[in-house]
Design a binder for this molecule. Structure first.
Ligand code: AMP
Length: 407
């Protein structure tokens, strides 16, 4: 089945064609007909599966077909856990709905609220919001959700992790009982199930790749690298694939900045991205990365979820994540849609237990990159660091890590 065979309005079909969306992905194939039919949906699917378009397409179709009446407030409310995700989903609504008159607005904290209030005073059909700012504006009387027709909870598991349960329950009380609810989560457990069943009615349940949560089109490999040698191995891969976009995950903000500094010493341009940056700066960096103006982004788990940059082919786990679930989310940043991705992890001796936990969690063995001692030595030898005094660097690094507050 192709998008042109769906019973959706022509404006959407034409735009999907222009975006080179020809065939639906698995989740789109399963969810779109039910959503068009007005049914509730509860889906377990990660980002990378095409889940955003799975709700954006049928929601836009419904909003265009069913004109708004006297009610002037928001018609579709999408609740998300992070500001980046709010902006990204807003962009998808605006892009797919380019030829429709549906107005979408992303609402989140970290930016001035005056301009947001002004925008809300003109009509907004789809509001994509993080909970905090949304509640501020509802309680100040600037935001009307009393006639919401569709409620979408995206990355519901992360919303629970971030402590938004009460916010979700509160908003559900403010919107009509008679509505369509779409519930998306990357993982499932008792708490998430109980939240899901408290908001959806007779929902169609969809589960994408149930046993194996790791995106199918991503290849995984791990190299055993000493902690102090990781920078040389990163230099090696970034040099070998010098045309490709990389997302490099490290454990802490400070470490992100230090990896960037280490790459700078060998003339490899990289940029750090972490939660310590101002929101405006964070958007600017992501935008430049999306446009290909930044090739290598070094980041913490703040960028592990939600972010969609189709060009990212390589994810490097410079440090293994403490939480096995984040391994899945990090690797889901590459191999988006129908693209292929490659995830490579640097595992030091101390991190071996983490590797084991990740493999238990995913139920898959990660391919070992067997480096014989000659190859390993060669990578160190080829490293172009002008200081060239590895031992000095290693000592510096050890001193640094001995100080607790640098974490
Ligand atoms: P998501 O899982 O919603 O973050 O989407 C992942 C990526 O897949 C995005 O870059 C989308 O633009 C892309 N995508 C979604 N649906 C399709 C489709 N049917 N055909 C091609 N690419 C798609």
């Amino acid at each position: 089945m192709k998008f042109k065979d769906y019973s959706i309005i022509k404006e959407l079909k034409d735009q999907l064609e222009r975006m080179a969306f020809k065939k639906p992905t698995d989740i789109q194939f399963k969810a779109i007909p039910a959503i068009l039919n007005g049914e509730d949906v509860m889906a377990i699917a990660q980002t990378g599966t095409g889940k955003t378009a799975a709700f954006v397409i049928p929601i836009l179709d419904q909003l265009v077909r069913k004109k708004r009446g006297k009610y002037e407030g928001v018609r579709t409310l999408v609740m998300v856990p992070t500001r980046e995700l709010a902006q990204q989903i807003t962009d998808v609504f605006q892009e797919i709905g380019k030829d429709t008159d549906v107005k979408t607005f992303g609402l989140y904290g970290g930016v001035e609220q005056e301009a947001q209030i002004k925008r809300l005073n003109r009509k907004v059909d789809v509001l994509v919001a993080t909970p905090g700012r949304m509640f501020d504006l509802i309680s100040q009387g600037h935001l009307d959700v009393s006639g919401v027709e569709h409620l979408i909870l995206d990355e519901a598991d992360l919303m629970l992790d971030k402590g938004f349960l009460k916010d979700i329950q509160d908003v559900v009380k403010k919107i009509p009982k008679k509505r369509q609810t779409l519930f998306f989560t990357a993982t499932i457990d008792k708490k998430i199930k109980s939240l899901a069943y408290s908001v959806v009615k007779d929902a169609l349940r969809i589960q994408i790749s149930p046993k194996n949560p790791v995106a199918k089109n991503v290849d995984h490999a791990v190299a055993f690298v000493e902690m102090d040698h990781k920078r040389f191995f990163l230099e090696n891969v970034l040099t070998e694939y010098e045309e490709e976009a990389f997302l490099v995950f490290v454990r802490t903000k400070v470490r992100a900045e230090r990896v960037v500094a280490a790459m700078e010493r060998v003339n490899i341009k990289t940029t750090f991205f972490h939660g310590g940056l101002e929101q405006g700066e964070r958007f600017k960096i992501l935008d430049a990365y999306r446009k290909g103006e930044i090739r290598v982004l070094v980041t913490t788990d703040v960028a592990a979820r939600g972010i969609d940059i189709p060009a990212v082919k390589y994810v490097v786990n410079y440090d293994l994540p403490e939480d096995a679930e984040n391994y899945v989310h990090r690797c889901g940043r590459c191999g988006r849609g129908r693209n292929k991705g490659q995830a490579i992890s640097f595992c030091s001796k101390d991190e071996e237990p983490l590797l084991q936990t990740i493999e238990e969690y995913t139920g898959e063995n990660i391919a070992r990159l067997e480096l014989d001692p000659n190859e390993y030595g060669q990578i160190l030898f080829d490293a172009d660091d002008p200081n060239y005094d590895w031992q000095k660097l290693i000592d510096q690094d050890n001193d640094f890590w001995d100080k607790e507050d640098n974490w």
